[in-house]
Design a protein around this ligand. Structure first.
Ligand code: DGL
Length: 268
């Protein structure tokens, strides 16, 4: 039960990656207001320890709940893989993660049962993707690669060019050689590198971006509790824990529109 339909949906990520989810929200839930938190003071999350990452996820969620959000979308695979279940158990509003939607989509897509997963080191080391894929389909073969330079490249807006292309080649070639037909982009930053990724994987491997499926689940979850806003002008607010001006500039490029004044909110 949601009391205030106009309350925002809270969305968070380590940086600009969660904007891939925001783009889908603008498409699928155009009346919803959103409150975005980019934890750019701590990006990249990938090389950090699980305990620290859980701490970030909890303090951001707590902040978004205090701001009156009616739902939280954990638009970060790393946070989802390490903290999703504990977040769901600790907060009383609906919380949506990005991993299960991606897994279901990949299982629906693959024909040869060979699925690749690219993600941060923390996500791959957590084993959550591998376990969930196997749990849902024991015959699936899963091949993984962590891609440590992808997130810094995206945060710097360097989604094209030689640096991105050679990183993609280095990370993805071994997966292509394993014969995968489906590739999960298991980090919300990676869809911004899709042209470069496609150049390496070619036209016969289907990439799965969790954003679309995640947002359609979020919409359904809101509908089910009578919390979807049927009409009205949304109000979008963006904040980051690091340099708010830089966040605003990068976000404008990825969203194709100015996001307006961005607040700096530090939770440490
Ligand atoms: N975009 C995030 C994810 O989906 C985190 C990336 C990072 O900060 O390393 O995992």
């Amino acid at each position: 039960m949601v009391n205030n339909l106009t309350a925002p949906v809270g969305v968070f990520d380590s940086g600009v990656g969660g904007l891939t989810v925001v783009l889908e929200m603008l498409r699928q839930m155009p009346n919803e207001s959103l409150l975005y938190y980019g934890d750019t003071a701590h990006v990249p999350y990938g090389p950090r320890e699980p305990q620290e990452l859980k701490g970030f996820a909890f303090s951001i969620t707590e902040h978004l709940v205090k701001q009156g959000c009616k739902m939280i979308i954990v638009a970060c695979n790393t946070s989802t893989s390490l903290a999703y279940e504990e977040l769901c158990a600790s907060f009383r509003i609906p919380i949506i993660g990005v991993i299960e939607p991606a897994v279901d989509k990949a299982l629906e897509t693959t024909k040869n049962m060979k699925v690749g997963v690219i993600a941060t080191s923390a996500t791959i080391n957590s084993g959550v993707y591998q376990n969930l894929l196997k749990q849902k389909h024991p015959d699936i073969e899963v091949f993984t690669a962590s891609c440590p330079s992808f997130v810094p490249l995206v945060e710097a807006g360097k989604t094209e060019g030689e640096e991105a292309e050679s990183a993609a080649e280095q990370y993805l070639r071994p997966l292509v050689e394993k014969g995968i037909d489906t590739l999960i982009l298991g980090c919300t930053h990676y869809p911004f590198l899709l042209p470069v990724i496609t150049k390496t994987i070619g036209p016969f491997i289907t990439s799965v971006d969790p954003a679309r499926e995640t947002v359609s689940r979020a919409k359904k979850a809101l509908e089910d509790i009578g919390g979807l806003r049927p009409e009205g002008e949304p109000l979008h607010r963006f904040c980051s824990s690091g340099d708010a001006v830089k966040f605003r500039e990068t976000a404008a490029v990825f969203l194709g529109r100015d996001i307006g004044r961005t607040e700096r909110v530090c939770l440490d």
